[in-house]
Design a protein around this ligand. Structure first.
Ligand code: PMP
Length: 384
């Protein structure tokens, strides 16, 4: 069968919509630009990064990354199941499991991929997923990829979750949530969520990206709640925030980790975590274990930032300051940057429309002088 050349003019140019989409984003204050940061913190005061414990530039972490690079090379060279697993990966997995208190751990090349792997490999069409509305995009995407039916419940709504679990027709179920919400900083009552999941024979997947290093003397919110060793609890973490490195991990029982090694596509079909990142993360774990006071320091600094901004303290190291409209939030973040202070600016789709906010992050290594400087600048840019 031969096709005659179609009349292309029947359809719009395939790229024509991009200009209109960009114009719409600009009009709504949602245009983003990439700004390379300076190599050192230099003159800018960093209240935007996720380096909660200040370990991304710690000499011990840098030395461990350099040693791993020299020993294992610049890349992992293959999937974890082929050539991408080194002794360092195995050691890091043991150390992470030891830190949080789980029987086993599996390292992924990002926290995003750890969430995709955990949720997709442990669910499926016969498993209802109950997902908290405040969940990070990686969990949302994991639910979408899982081919499971998904019920989204209002943030923290235990009753709605119970109803969904009770009324399900699927034999299996999974509850998925962030321990510390990334945009609001509140910690969900994990023991209540575990009791609920257990009552309805559901697995509980907890993303502790913003709790690890910051809660439970650094061991995270799941350890703090005493749930790490529960066989029906699966914890996911990132190595890219409090650990100052890059990568992610899933922590849980040996049976869970075995299933992920065989079935998590974001593990199987991805090149293993970079050795330098593994070395850095391992050094950061050792520091957190030997300096349990770091977590409290980061949270105390977050409390001071919240007081300066006149907003309530949160349960983590993030301090959201609600502004409302995206353009206004962006303007305030630019005004701060021009005065030497970097803060995060969260706009839709990161947060719901009308709830654009500045997101300040505290670090354990902030000084009193840093706080004083922020206080003066904040007052200068705030409407009187
Ligand atoms: N979960 C949460 C709650 C996060 O905030 C993030 C990072 N923004 C991730 C997962 C993804 O982690 P990573 O950056 O290591 O991919």
């Amino acid at each position: 069968m031969s096709l005659t050349a179609p009349d292309r003019s029947r359809w719009p140019d395939p790229l024509a919509w991009l200009a209109a989409a960009a114009a719409d984003r600009a009009a709504a204050g949602l245009h983003r630009t990439l700004r390379p940061r300076s190599p050192e913190r230099g003159g800018q005061l960093d209240l935007a990064s996720n380096d909660y414990l200040g370990l991304a530039r710690d000499d011990r972490v840098l030395a461990a990354a350099a040693a791993a690079l020299a020993r294992w090379g610049a890349g992992a060279t293959g999937s974890r199941l082929v050539t991408g697993t080194t002794e360092l990966h195995a050691e890091l997995e043991q150390a992470l499991a030891g830190l949080v208190g789980t029987p086993a751990a599996l390292v992924f090349s990002s926290g995003y991929l750890a969430n995709l792997g955990a949720v997709t490999a442990l669910s499926g069409p016969d498993c209802l997923i109950v997902s908290d509305a405040g969940n990070h995009a990686s969990l949302v995407d994991a639910c979408r990829l899982s081919r499971s039916p998904v019920t989204v419940v209002e943030h923290g709504d235990l009753d709605a979750a119970a109803r969904a679990l009770a009324q399900r027709s699927q034999p299996r179920a999974m509850v998925v949530l962030d321990a510390v919400n990334s945009a609001a900083g509140d910690l969900l009552p994990l023991a209540d969520w575990h009791a609920l999941a257990a009552r309805f024979a559901a697995l509980l997947v907890i993303d502790d990206a913003h709790g690890l290093g910051v809660r439970g003397a650094g061991r995270g919110s799941v350890a703090e709640a005493g749930l790490a060793a529960e066989p029906d609890v699966i914890t996911t973490i990132t190595l890219s925030k409090a650990l100052g490195s890059q990568g992610g991990a899933v922590l849980g029982s040996r049976a869970v980790i075995g299933q992920l090694i065989d079935r998590a596509r974001s593990f199987l079909f991805d090149t293993g975590l970079n050795p330098a990142a593994a070395g850095a993360a391992l050094a950061a774990v050792r520091i957190i274990e030997s300096e349990p006071g770091l977590a409290g320091r980061a949270r105390a600094r977050a409390g001071q930032l919240a007081r300066i901004c006149g907003v309530p303290a949160t349960d983590g190291a993030v301090v959201p300051v609600l502004i409302g409209e995206a353009a206004a939030a962006f303007e305030r973040s630019v005004a701060l940057r021009e005065r030497g202070i970097e803060v995060g600016c969260f706009r839709p789709p990161s947060v719901p429309a009308g709830t654009a906010r500045l997101r300040l992050t505290a670090r354990a290594d902030l000084t009193d002088a840093d706080l004083e400087r922020f206080c003066q600048t904040w007052q200068a840019v705030s409407p009187s």
